[in-house]
Design a protein around this ligand. Sequence first.
Ligand code: ADP
Ligand code: MG
Length: 269
Amino acid sequence: MEKADPKLELRRLVFDYPKGVRAVDGFDVSLRSGEIVCLCGPNGSGKSTVLKLASGLLEPTEGEVRIDGIPLASLSKRERARLLASVPQRLEALGQSTVLSFVLGGRYARSSFLERALGGVSHQELERVEEALAETDAAELKERRLVELSGGQCQRVLVARALFQRASVLLFDEPTAMLDPAHQVQVFRLIASARDGGRSALVATHDLNLAGHFADRILLLQEGRVRALGAPGEILRPEVLGPIYGPDLHFQRLGERVLVVPWPVDAPG
Ligand code: ADP
Ligand code: MG
């Protein structure tokens, strides 16, 4: 059941790319404050498109996005940046900027026009950037240029920037896709601590197990439609995942929970 005061509402979203590709078809979900919803589904099922609609990067063909009950379309760029932080799958143009200045760029949402005009960075702000970088294990990268980073390092810096922005809704597009196992867990821990601080997060991910552990709800997307939405225990089951991912999944009990691993159905043993 969804509460009466949702933080982020994605209402009956439909999105057609040019040339008639319907990527999202009647997507409807609301996130409460302090809730993590993981968005899972096969490649091309529409996860990134849903996140771009939620952040306002794309405008829905039909339907509406609301934050705190206010239509996203009626908010200024600055207001959006204050409410929403988005972690894309990758940066389109990496540029020559340093990690430190890139993460500081997240303050655009917070600083006043005067502060920006003066170009000053307060001591407190610098401290907060360092904090966000330390939290994502990226402190030693601060003087490096974005173009010099590995995919996983870059992903951690993107997460640091979103945390620094302190928006109340966080949108992540496969934030752990390029990370080693320890950093995958670390990024999910950071998302969970943001949730515990009252923020909401919509996280596209293929990591069903970390989603199962950290998410409040998992949403399964297939061909732009919501196929299932529920608590992890309701979703991570052969009868729910099988029709979407096929037979190459192995389900293993671990105490109260079930782990799901990709595994050839015809493997011996
Ligand atoms: P996912 O993130 O789940 O892999 P996407 O949202 O990227 O899925 O893509 C959903 C569908 O939209 C796919 O069929 C994809 O090919 C199509 N699509 C994505 N981006 C574009 C685009 N810029 N132009 C046309 N079709 C696109
Ligand atoms: Mg994607």
